[in-house]
Ligand binder design. Structure first.
Ligand code: GLN
Length: 288
């Protein structure tokens, strides 16, 4: 029989264990795991830190801590992630939605008008496309991905967000990059493609290196493979004056700007994230 600790003690012991395992935000993660097992919220935790939880809940918390100690991402343990204020289901089959990507959504929403159509290339969990479809009355929304398992997760997220989705039509289609969009044009293309240089993947945090799908990370030798392919084909899938928004790595702005320029994009601009890093490159097709 486990000794019953109060919730403050559980969090502080959990934090210590996670810190020792090298987990970056140990205190936050310990709390989130406890809240997930107990239904407590930050407010109820702070209001009564001396309360105890049931033996089952305590055991479940300790089991989850053990997983997090092994550097399994918090979102995989919880099975979900927050993105732009909404909950998304995640698994090892999709890239965990990142707060950085919210910048891309925010920028795209400045340009997208009611009745527009949007193509999301490498949709993964569907977090970008589904958020845009919840935030704006799109006429058509298409998300593509090469991974059938990723698309299953995107569909699950679509069902979960059904009430919020304002798009007249929304579909996910399997295929390489722009391929599933053959013969169609959109007002806006968005993409957060894999953009890590193959050689750097081994040095990433274990959460990313071992648990995000490699397929969702690896951008080839110089990390730019998918920008070249997407930019090269985008013209065929955009209306004249249509926009593209690409998430990039902090050191890829110049290269991606160049790639867009070569592909006949104009009005090219770089947007930074809240950490001050270059994060999104946008451009307009065929207007000068
Ligand atoms: N579009 C998804 C996201 O931004 C997946 C991106 C990817 O798999 N590279 O989270």
């Amino acid at each position: 029989m486990q000794k019953m600790e109060n919730v403050r003690q559980l969090v502080s012991q959990g934090t210590k264990r996670l810190k020792a395992a090298g987990v970056p935000e140990a205190d936050y993660d310990a709390r989130q795991l406890l809240f997930a097992c107990t239904g407590l919220t930050e407010a109820s935790f702070l209001a009564d830190p001396g309360r105890t939880v049931s033996a089952d809940q305590q055991e479940q918390y300790l089991n989850m801590l053990a997983l997090r100690e092994k550097r399994i991402p918090l979102q995989h343990i919880l099975g979900k992630a927050w993105f732009y204020g909404r909950e998304f289901f995640v698994s090892g089959d999709v890239l965990i939605p990142r707060p950085d990507t919210e910048i891309l959504v925010e920028e795209a929403l400045r340009v997208i008008r009611p009745g527009d159509s949007v193509l999301d290339v490498c949709t993964g969990s569907g977090c970008i496309l589904l958020t845009l479809a919840c935030e704006q009355k799109l006429q058509a929304a298409l998300g593509t991905d090469i991974s059938a398992k990723a698309l299953e997760m995107a569909e699950k997220n679509r069902r979960h967000l059904q009430q919020d989705i304002q798009a007249e039509s929304l579909a996910f289609a399997r295929g390489d990059l722009l391929e599933p969009a053959a013969g169609r044009r959109f007002d806006v293309i968005v993409s957060n493609p894999p953009y890590i240089c193959s050689g750097v993947i081994a040095d990433l945090d274990p959460e990313v290196r071992d648990h995000d799908p490699r397929l969702a990370l690896d951008g080839g030798e110089d990390g730019l493979d998918f920008y070249r392919q997407i930019a090269g084909g985008a013209g065929e899938h955009l209306v004249p004056g249509g926009s593209i928004f690409l998430e990039i790595g902090y050191d890829q702005a110049e290269a991606v700007k160049r790639i867009l320029r070569h592909a006949s994009f104009t009005d090219i601009a770089v947007i930074r994230d809240y950490g001050g890093n270059d994060r999104v490159v946008r451009g307009v097709y065929g207007r000068s």
